[in-house]
Each structure stands twice: as structure tokens, then as C-alpha cells.
Ligand binder design. Structure first.
Ligand SMILES: NC(=O)c1ccc[n+]([C@@H]2O[C@H](COP(=O)([O-])OP(=O)(O)OC[C@H]3O[C@@H](n4cnc5c(N)ncnc54)[C@H](OP(=O)(O)O)[C@@H]3O)[C@@H](O)[C@H]2O)c1
Length: 340
């Protein structure tokens, strides 16, 4: 016997990947419902070799459904996640709405699967920000060995992190640059994204940082360890899918780069590609469609007593969103709901 599973936001970037990954990983599904807004009513989406017809989230009755994977943004989540949870359906949410709620566990299964039991307080589990998810997968095994004191991270985030509209804007603006009269003004992004980089993701905070940067700080503390200090600079780059991060880590104890490489080679969810030669590292286009978080350029930081630098790349629609959500559903099934 399997689960009755809902995917809310099934026509979006993350929702479509959720359906792909549920099918790829053969999640035990008895019945599946694909939901989106009313304007998408009847739109067809793929689930393995089946085609599903999208239903309206607004009128959907969650009674009798086991798990709902939400990827609809915070505003719609605020309206519909409590309805689903109250009907007895466990919500795994990709928006930022519940991530900082002390009664909602924020889970990356490779790091803190043990916290999942906390879902019972609200029947909701939160999925982290895409940049946080891939970073903590890399940090966890290193933290276990040498205790991380401080992390300095700069991100290079793809436009798919800004939804379908982000992808369309990069595509149309890039074409428009070469076709006179078809120039596309910035709309989703604050400045031209084609052939440019923008050091601004989400809104500005009082201290001059952005909400995206604040999320990486707060979420790393909640998932990994509240004692770890993080400072982040988040940058949008003209890449369709795949987020990259330059990560500088300061440890309590000395950690040799060779040992760090060996630890990461053994770590769940991580693949090390680190040859010190041209092309001996991973770039975002190579990670698309994969489950792994790739680590390259592992090297000592000689300006610190106990410092290490590394390069971290992952598919933001997969480990950064849909894959992590499905992994949470797997943990929930194995440890808590016990069906299938
Ligand atoms: N993209 C990433 O890398 C990433 C990573 C982590 C978390 N997330 C989060 O995941 C969520 C979805 O992101 P996305 O990139 O998939 O966005 P997207 O491509 O813009 O898709 C949004 C989806 O939500 C649906 N939706 C929006 N408002 C709705 C409403 N009021 N009622 C019902 N359905 C509604 C849309 O349906 P229609 O097609 O009918 O409009 C669509 O299916 C966001 O909270 C985002 O922050 C994204």
C-alpha cells in the first residue's frame, strides 16, 4: 500500500521536477493529484509515463490525502497549507513561509533527518532555500570532523531560482540583444540579466544585506548548528539552471585539504570532482538533472590557521527544491507514516 500524494504548483519549475523525481525514485504512490491555479485548470503535466490533468488548488479537498508537496510561493502557501494540514495531510513546503517557525522542522535529510518528528506540532515540514540546501550538505561532514566556526559564502545563482518568469526573462532578453526592436526591459530582475550579474536577490534588509543572504545565515543555523557564523553575498547570474557557491570555511580544529577531500568523497549526497587541471571541476551546466551536490577546488586557505576553500555546484530545482522535498517525503514515510 502506498501514499496518496498531492503536488501543489505542478505547472511550475519546482512542481514539475517534483513529479519527475517522485516517478524516478519510485516513491510508493497509490494516487497522485497535480494542482495549480485556476488559470492552469486542465493543463497536462507528466508523471513518469503517465499524463496528469491539473486541478484547481483553491477547490481541492485534502481530506484522505497523506502528503502534499507545496511549490506555490509564500502567498498561496499561507492560504492553502493550513487547510491541507488541518485535513490531516502532511505538508512539505518549498516556500520560505514556515522555515523560521520554531514549531516547523526545516529538513535536509543528509544533515538533520532526526528532527523530522517535530512535524507533528503543525503537520508541516519546511524545505530550505536552494542555496542553503546544497551548502549544508557539503558543510555537515566537515563540521562533524573539525567544528566550523565561520563560513564566508558568495553565490552565483541561476535564473530558474526566480521561477518560470526568471527563465523567460533571460531567454527573451538574450535574444532581444541581437534583434533590433525586440529589446526586453528588466521586469522580473532589477537590472539586465542577459550578459550581466546582479548582486541582489530578494528584498533589502535594514543592515544592508538582502533577504536571500539572511536566509542562508538563519537556515544554516537552524539546520546545522546555531553556533556556526555565516556571512553571505548572493548574486544572480545568467545561467538557466544550477547554483554555484564559493565557500570559505574557518574551523576550530585543523583540517588538511586531503582529509577534507576524503571526508567529502564519503559524504551522502556529495560527489567530489577535483582535478587540479583545466576542466577538472564542475560548472552549473554539468549538474543539471543530477541529484548530487558537486564539490571542486578544495584547497587550504593559507590566510587562516584552520581555513579551507571550496566550490559547490548543484541543480537548484533538484537538491535545492524538488529532490530535497521528495527525500523528506521518503524519510517521513520510512520513519513516521509507515505505509508503502
Ligand atoms: N526555483 C527554485 O530554485 C526554488 C528553490 C527552492 C524553493 N523554491 C520555492 O518553490 C516555490 C515555487 O517556485 P517555482 O520556481 O516552481 O515557481 P514557478 O515556476 O513560478 O511556479 C509557481 C507554481 O505555483 C502555482 N501557483 C502560484 N500561485 C498560485 C495560487 N494562488 N494558487 C494555486 N497555484 C499557484 C503556479 O501555478 P500556475 O502555473 O497556474 O500559475 C505554478 O504551478 C516558491 O515558493 C519558491 O520560492 C524555488
Amino acid at each position: 500500500m502506498g501514499y496518496r500524494v498531492v503536488v501543489a504548483g505542478a505547472t511550475g519549475n519546482v512542481g514539475r521536477e517534483m513529479l519527475n523525481i517522485l516517478a524516478e525514485r519510485e516513491f510508493p504512490v497509490d494516487e497522485i493529484a497535480a494542482l495549480a491555479s485556476r488559470k492552469s485548470l486542465g493543463t497536462e503535466v507528466s508523471f513518469g509515463d503517465k499524463t496528469l490533468t491539473t486541478k484547481d488548488l483553491d477547490t481541492f479537498d485534502f481530506t484522505g490525502w497523506d502528503i502534499a508537496l507545496f511549490a506555490v510561493g509564500s502567498e498561496a502557501t499561507k492560504v492553502y497549507a493550513p487547510k491541507a494540514a488541518a485535513a490531516g495531510c502532511v505538508v512539505i513546503d518549498n516556500s520560505s513561509l514556515y522555515r523560521y517557525d520554531p514549531q516547523v522542522p526545516l529538513i535536509v535529510p543528509e544533515v538533520n533527518a532526526g528532527s523530522i518528528e517535530g512535524y507533528k506540532a503543525k503537520n508541516i515540514i519546511a524545505n530550505p532555500n536552494c542555496s542553503t540546501a546544497q551548502m549544508v550538505v557539503a558543510l555537515k561532514p566537515l563540521h562533524d570532523r573539525a567544528r566550523i566556526k565561520r563560513v564566508v559564502v558568495s553565490t552565483y545563482q541561476s535564473v530558474s531560482g526566480a521561477g518560470k518568469a526568471g527563465i523567460d526573462e533571460l531567454w527573451n532578453q538574450t535574444k532581444g540583444i541581437y534583434v533590433p526592436g525586440q529589446e526586453v526591459a528588466p521586469e522580473k530582475f532589477t537590472k539586465q540579466i542577459a550578459f550581466n550579474v546582479i548582486p541582489h536577490i530578494d528584498s533589502f534588509m535594514e543592515d544592508g544585506s538582502t533577504k536571500e543572504e539572511w536566509k542562508m545565515v538563519a537556515e544554516t543555523k537552524k539546520i546545522l548548528d546555531p553556533k556556526v557564523k555565516v556571512t553571505a553575498t548572493c548574486v544572480r547570474v545568467p545561467v538557466f539552471v544550477g547554483h554555484s557557491e564559493s565557500i570559505n570555511i574557518e574551523f576550530e580544529d585543523f583540517l588538511d585539504e586531503e582529509e577534507a577531500r576524503d571526508i567529502l568523497r564519503e559524504a551522502p549526497g556529495v560527489l567530489v570532482v577535483d582535478k587540479r587541471e583545466a576542466g577538472g571541476y564542475i560548472t552549473p551546466v554539468e549538474c543539471v538533472g543530477d541529484y548530487a551536490t558537486y564539490i571542486s577546488r578544495i584547497r587550504q586557505d593559507s590566510t587562516l590557521d584552520n581555513g579551507l576553500n571550496l566550490w559547490c555546484v548543484s541543480d537548484n530545482l533538484r537538491k535545492g527544491a524538488a529532490l530535497n522535498a521528495v527525500q523528506i517525503a521518503e524519510v517521513l514515510g520510512n520513519r513516521c507514516l509507515k505505509k508503502g
